[in-house]
Design a protein around this ligand. Structure first.
Ligand code: THU
Length: 139
């Protein structure tokens, strides 16, 4: 992926931290999701007093995109940290990895974990979800 696009995705993900709704954990997460044709959808985590309805930033971005008719994706950038301070990579939770598995090719979908524009690492979905169960298993 080209560096300029990666930096744009990191910027967008960081920009989501201000909207992250986290009165309980105070752990703020932002995401930027890139479609096959180059559109970007953002997301933040949204917590809930009943805890389980909490939605992660990655799923917010996916559900926004899918609800707008998108089905094909290239990459997602994720940033996060306590009180929005980015000290370590915020890896996607298991549920979010499974949602990625629904819509993305695990061999090619790129997950960019960043703490800033100068510090990031890229993983494939397959690296973070080996032997994942997906739509192909039901075909
Ligand atoms: N969180 C995300 O937004 N993405 C992840 O993949 C990991 C966890 C959020 C959910 C919750 O609001 C907070 O981080 C602490 O778990």
């Amino acid at each position: 992926m080209d560096r300029e696009l990666i930096e744009k995705m990191i910027d967008l993900a960081i920009g989501q931290l201000q909207y992250s709704y986290t009165p309980y954990s105070h752990f703020k997460v932002g995401a930027a999701l890139l479609t096959k044709d180059g559109k970007l959808y953002t997301g933040c985590n949204i917590e809930n007093a009943a805890y389980t309805p909490t939605n992660c930033a990655e799923r917010t971005a996916f559900f926004k995109a899918v609800s707008e008719g998108e089905r094909e994706f290239r990459a997602i950038c994720i940033v996060g940290g306590k009180d929005g301070v980015l000290t370590e990579y915020a890896a996607p939770c298991g549920v979010c990895r499974q949602v990625m598995m629904e819509f993305c090719n695990p061999e090619t979908f790129q997950i960019i974990l960043a703490t800033g524009k100068e510090q990031y690492e890229i993983f494939t979905l397959k690296e973070l979800l080996p032997m994942g169960f997906g739509p192909d298993n039901l075909a």
